[in-house]
Design a protein around this ligand. Sequence first.
Ligand code: NAP
Length: 264
Amino acid sequence: MGLESYRGLAALVTGASSGIGREIALRLAKEGARVALVARREAELEAVAEEIRALSGEAIVLPCDVAESGQVAEVARRAVEAFGSIDILVNNAGYGGQASFLDWDLEDMERMMRVNYFGTLYFTKALLPQMVERKRGWLVFVSSVSGRIASPEKSAYAATKFAMTGLAEGLSLDLEIAQTGVNLLTVYPGVVRTPFFSAQMLKGMSEKTKNSMVEPEGLVDAIFVALAKGKRELTFPGGLSAGYVVKALAPEFLRKQVLRVTKK
Ligand SMILES: NC(=O)c1ccc[n+]([C@@H]2O[C@H](COP(=O)([O-])OP(=O)(O)OC[C@H]3O[C@@H](n4cnc5c(N)ncnc54)[C@H](OP(=O)(O)O)[C@@H]3O)[C@@H](O)[C@H]2O)c1
């Protein structure tokens, strides 16, 4: 079902303290939704909540480490208690990294899976049942183009995003078969200018990749258009999706292209 009016709806956004999540939360509030802001840094969430209140919007701050299932269950319960229900869940919290597989710290690889994949799983498990019960809801998974095409020095990150892609594809089919009335949109961003990239990651980035960087506002506009159209997938910028077709038809050719584009 397309989502055109946000008035009277309540949303929960993970990773709302920064970058894409912050931008989505602000846009949801501007459109008239009440927003629960989730991330670890409370002061940053409070600053976003203040911005929303300055726009006459309604926001609550719920600090949480999404990698901890107990914290997620408690925060989900408090969000539903505060707003009566949650109609829109945006699973966006996540982080990346850049290292060759041999150099990547095992603990960090495990932690990244807990945050990016299990955080998404925990919040979806906690909030989907009340959507199904009301036969209405929208799930947004912020994956990555790295969840469809891996690149060098991104193996651990790509694995977390491929996991999100698999979960989203399967869950979306389950939701349709059971006629739940719940939509799932998976977002595959390319390279977006946010604090996601550390100085070290930017240093290791090829000029071609740097030049392809887009602003978070453009991505968020595209997400809201996709929600209005009831789409299930969004790759942004759209041209990157050509890579999925090339990968399916000519995987060796795509591999060479990936090596060429990411070469420093
Ligand atoms: N930027 C890009 O080019 C790009 C491209 C493709 C996909 N993405 C995806 O987009 C999402 C948002 O990234 P961004 O670019 O907006 O980066 P960002 O500015 O660094 O924001 C990441 C957000 O995730 C939160 N977060 C991280 N670990 C968390 C945890 N354990 N528990 C709760 N919240 C946590 C952070 O909040 P706290 O630090 O306050 O916890 C922050 O709000 C990520 O999933 C990322 O993989 C980004």
